[in-house]
Write a protein that binds this ligand. Structure first.
Ligand code: 5GP
Ligand code: ZN
Length: 113
């Protein structure tokens, strides 16, 4: 499978990694949309949120807990941040290996564009 984020997870492609363990890896987005823009992915390939089963809650929870941990480590937890999962075409997904966006370091508006 020719998946960009699988390659990053396997260390076959470079990325600025902030955190990794046996389940997840977090690295800086190559086109940051905020002073801090981090992508958190499972090492296992899932195309999108739609690919998860009911039994995958622990892994999904870990992705969010990793976002929380990185926000804390970056010192932005108190000011606030945004966590986002784009899903399929209408969601704006462009890379089909599930990733959680963590954006921080500026004020965001709502609703998103
Ligand atoms: P999506 O639109 O699928 O939710 O987000 C994909 C994200 O992956 C985009 O923010 C894009 O900038 C980022 N991205 C695409 N290619 C690479 C890459 O090779 N390295 C890194 N670090 N980020 C990438
Ligand atoms: Zn993949």
């Amino acid at each position: 499978m020719n998946c960009l984020f699988c390659k990053i997870a396997e260390g076959k492609m470079e990325a600025e990694t902030l955190y990794e363990d046996e389940d997840v890896i977090a690295f800086r987005d190559i086109h940051p949309q905020a002073p801090h823009h981090v992508l958190i992915i499972p090492r296992q390939h899932f195309s999108s949120l739609n690919s998860f089963e009911d039994g995958d809650g622990a892994l999904l929870g870990k992705l969010l807990l990793t976002a929380r941990r990185i926000a804390r480590d970056l010192g932005v937890a108190e000011d606030g941040y945004r966590v986002n999962i784009n899903t399929n075409d209408h969601g704006g997904q462009t890379v089909y290996h599930l990733h959680v966006h963590l954006l921080a370091g500026r004020q965001f508006s709502w609703p998103p564009g």
